[in-house]
Ligand binder design. Structure first.
Ligand SMILES: *Cc1c(COP(=O)(O)O)cnc(C)c1O
Length: 348
């Protein structure tokens, strides 16, 4: 890995961050706060929240086996993705490399930040080769985006290739683990010590059942997290979100139960879906959704919408012609989907 100073945009490296009232005073003993122009009424929503979400990070750190200083919390993983572009990629000059197909936000953030986005197509099995990603990179490639289990394909990426990339790439490697809770493959969090260029993204939006509270996590070296914290909005995670996440951490056994039952439901749904006459293939999945090639994605999508069932039509995505991405729901929801498609073929 290149020195972090070389990877960071010079203006960000030298930035003096905005210092909020709650940054300058954060001792716990004081009881009279006349420093932040807050309203003394309407407790607790009158007070600015902790800009570094310390209580929440104290709860997350032991569960993830990292230090609180290795955690960034943001308004969804999407905030972390955007901050990585803003911290490391000089607009109009630097570029990033990503697998294709994958999660659409990486490209959107690249374009918003005027950063070239280089796609490297996956093979038939939706796997990549480290050498191909390296060949697409150059001296101005700051970030490589991987997503495992990948969206929309659902599969884990090959560990050997991921480790080869972490070893050989001189910039930062982001592994988006939004769906890792649904997979048996261990998280790459346990590789943070070995690879200083690794950034792992996770989220409260999927297995944790908290998409509405908007809370994403990035894990990396203290130095990388420090840079992200310097450029984030001071109060990027609001009080209600911090409180709800703390409540969720205290009942994380519940998440394990949800995951277990969704995985059972996934096996059943996939098995039944394969029998449908409109289904040509269900791809292997390690997530809470599956990708399926059907006889006619557009017509099946439209038909399901009419029945009040919404799936994701991915037919226009690389390698996904005539593919639908289907999220595993509750048993009755999945049954309604199967029932709607029973006996329907939509000949090509
Ligand atoms: C759903 C998803 C996320 C979650 O994003 P949030 O902003 O945290 O809701 C991140 N990455 C991938 C690949 C996803 O599919």
């Amino acid at each position: 890995m290149k020195p972090l100073k070389e990877l960071t945009r010079p203006n960000i490296w030298t930035l003096k961050p905005y210092s909020s009232a709650r940054d300058e005073y954060n001792g716990a003993e004081a009881s009279i706060f006349l420093d932040a122009n807050e309203n003394p009424y309407n407790t607790p929503n009158n007070r600015y929240p902790d800009p570094l979400q310390r209580e929440l990070k104290r709860l997350i750190a032991p569960v993830k086996k990292v230090l609180p200083e290795q955690i960034f919390l943001g308004n969804g993983s999407d905030e972390a993705i955007d901050l990585l572009f803003r911290a490391f990629c000089r607009p109009g000059t630097d570029n990033v490399v990503a697998i294709d197909p994958t999660y659409g936000m990486y490209q959107v953030c690249a374009e918003v930040n005027d950063v070239e986005y280089r796609k490297v197509q996956l093979d038939e099995d939706f796997q990549f080769k480290s050498d191909k990603l390296l060949a697409a990179s150059d001296d101005n490639t700051k970030l490589v985006f991987l997503c495992s289990p990948n969206n929309p394909t659902g599969n884990n990426l090959c560990q050997e290739e991921i480790l080869a990339l972490l070893q050989d790439f001189q910039g930062l490697v982001i592994i988006d683990e939004a769906y890792a809770d649904f997979s048996d493959v261990p998280s790459y969090l346990n590789k943070l010590e070995d690879y200083p260029n690794l950034i792992v993204l996770q989220t409260f939006s999927k297995a944790w059942g908290c998409a509405a509270i908007r809370l994403g996590m990035a894990f990396a070296s203290k130095e990388i997290i420090g840079i992200m914290n310097r450029i984030k909005y001071p109060y990027n995670v609001n009080l209600l979100t911090q409180q709800e996440a703390i409540r969720m951490m205290e009942k994380h056994y519940q998440v394990q139960e949800w995951v277990k039952s969704l995985l059972n439901e996934r096996s059943r749904l996939v098995k039944e879906f394969r029998k449908l006459p409109c289904c040509e293939q269900v791809y292997p999945t390690d997530a809470n959704f599956f990708l399926t090639r059907v006889t006619d994605a557009k017509r099946i999508y439209d038909y399901l919408v009419e029945k009040g069932i919404i799936v994701r039509n991915r037919t226009n995505v690389t390698l996904c012609h005539n593919c639908l991405r289907i999220t595993v729901g509750t048993r009755p929801e999945n049954d309604a989907l199967l029932e709607a498609l029973k006996g329907k073929k939509w000949e090509k």
